[in-house]
Write a protein that binds this ligand. Structure first.
Ligand SMILES: [Zn+2]
Length: 118
């Protein structure tokens, strides 16, 4: 299970961003999670409150958006979602494909509360 390490690293990235942007605290983090990333969203949600405890992210909201998987069939050039067709190309039945989308985990948005000046 590698989700804990993933949460730790994106929390660290968020903290760096928040510090650079003069944030008092982080209110919200929006993640985009690929359908075939191999990462379980429910673990991210579970570990998040534990990891953010005592950081600028404590009490913030975690939003996870799923990115649909998308692959390109190298046999017939069809673009399809492998999750909906049992990993085979729906056009030619082939299994040779290049992954276009749905593999990664990205931070899409970080909502911060800025320090008040003066
Ligand atoms: Zn095909």
């Amino acid at each position: 299970m590698h989700e804990m390490g993933i949460v730790v690293s994106f929390v660290k990235m968020t903290e760096e961003y928040a510090a650079k942007n003069n944030a008092k605290k982080v209110l919200k983090v929006v993640l985009q999670l690929g359908e075939i990333s191999g990462i379980e969203a429910r673990y991210l949600t579970e570990f998040y409150p534990v990891v953010v405890e005592g950081t600028m992210l404590e009490g913030s909201q975690l939003v996870i958006e799923t990115i649909a998987a998308s692959v390109f069939c190298t046999d017939c050039a069809t673009t399809y979602n492998p999750m909906r067709s049992d990993l085979k190309c729906p056009t030619c039945g082939g299994e040779h494909c290049d992954i276009i989308d749905g593999r990664g985990l990205f931070i899409k948005e970080i909502g911060i509360e800025e320090k008040t000046h003066g």
